[in-house]
Design a protein around this ligand. Sequence first.
Ligand SMILES: Cc1cc2nc3c(=O)[nH]c(=O)nc-3n(C[C@H](O)[C@H](O)[C@H](O)COP(=O)(O)OP(=O)(O)OC[C@H]3O[C@@H](n4cnc5c(N)ncnc54)[C@H](O)[C@@H]3O)c2cc1C
Length: 391
Amino acid sequence: MSDHRALQRIADFDLTDTQRQVRAAVREFAEREILPTVEAHEEARRYPRELIEQLAPLGYLAPLIPEEYGGSFSDVVTYGVVCEELARVDWVVASAVSVANSLVGSSILKFGTEEQRQRFLPRLARGEILASACLTEPGGGTDLAGMRTRARPNGSGWRLSGSKVFISHAAEAGVFLIAATVDPEKAHRGVTMFLLDPAVDGIQINPLPMRTLQRDNIAEVHFDDVELGPDAVLGEPGKGFPILGAALDTGRFSVAARCIGQAQRAVDLSLPYARDREAFGQPIGEFQMVQQKIADMICRTEAARALVYRLGRMKDAGLERCSMEASMAKLMASEAATQNALDAIQIFGGYGFSSEYEVGRLLLEAKTLEVGEGTSELHRKLIAEFGLGLR
Ligand SMILES: Cc1cc2nc3c(=O)[nH]c(=O)nc-3n(C[C@H](O)[C@H](O)[C@H](O)COP(=O)(O)OP(=O)(O)OC[C@H]3O[C@@H](n4cnc5c(N)ncnc54)[C@H](O)[C@@H]3O)c2cc1C
């Protein structure tokens, strides 16, 4: 249909042929293999592990991991396209890719020893293990420098105690990236990053009851005097805050790309519905107030997409840290995803709340993206501080 072609043209006009082919291939796979399973997994509270594993041979599981470690290394924009297209159909599968590549894989690649890279990256790339990032604590996630999880020296290694909450993929993960402090008095100067295989004594992973994303296994993770060797430190003791900053910078790109996927899904579901559903003897898409919603949904998706892929291009051009642009992209894209889900529900009327349609599920899933990897308030604060020259 002509409107569909127009939307594709807007979304893809400046992608390379290869990036367009990746978009088409991931979309085809996601719609064929993942989409038909999502509602059933959600209802059964079943983690989609086998779908995530299927991504590995296709090269969609490890786009930021170099080939020498078994990944399908691509440019950052292509990685964004993969995250966007996976998130268009499933939050959880996209999140598994985003955590493994942005938060955990990139950190190991940039700051890890060769031994740490060899130990974790090939298994991550092959889908043999998944990754979790253990950052947020019961006492707070925004103020990361105030974390309480403590690592105390223990012989040549460390002993880790404390709790983390809202940890995605925790029960399935084979590597945890953990932020802890070696000295709470030192705030961010005490922060140290650790890599850990969770199959060690002293770790408890308890499911966290959630109102959404039942098919993820979001968990509380408790560390009770967990013994760590000296090789568990990523980087150096007390030098973890910049590692965390770099990880979140890359993480916010992939989360923002995921948000566009969700915003786009709300558009894609609303267009045919508005064409087919009739009221007062005509398609509801012919009413101006419905058209206004559709216009706003398309515009905010495209505006957010422009910010996200500009950020990707900046990274591809070699600008490693683009924190202000990452905050801008993450803020606008996550709010676009939530507002589009709200508008889609309105267009669907009562059916927006029916479990036979996706749009109701999209709303809470989109809203989580305004909270994870920096809340909207935090990003507004960061953007303003950059603008004011306070950072
Ligand atoms: C679905 C989901 C998955 C998640 N997955 C993970 C994961 O895998 N790993 C992980 O570590 N965490 C994860 N999180 C946690 C997430 O990162 C945190 O919830 C988030 O960082 C906010 O922390 P908090 O919930 O403790 O809120 P708080 O930090 O307590 O903030 C509460 C409110 O106060 C506001 N606020 C705080 N400080 C300021 C300020 N300076 N100025 C203005 N407003 C402020 C916040 O914006 C927010 O609105 C996940 C969360 C969700 C919902």
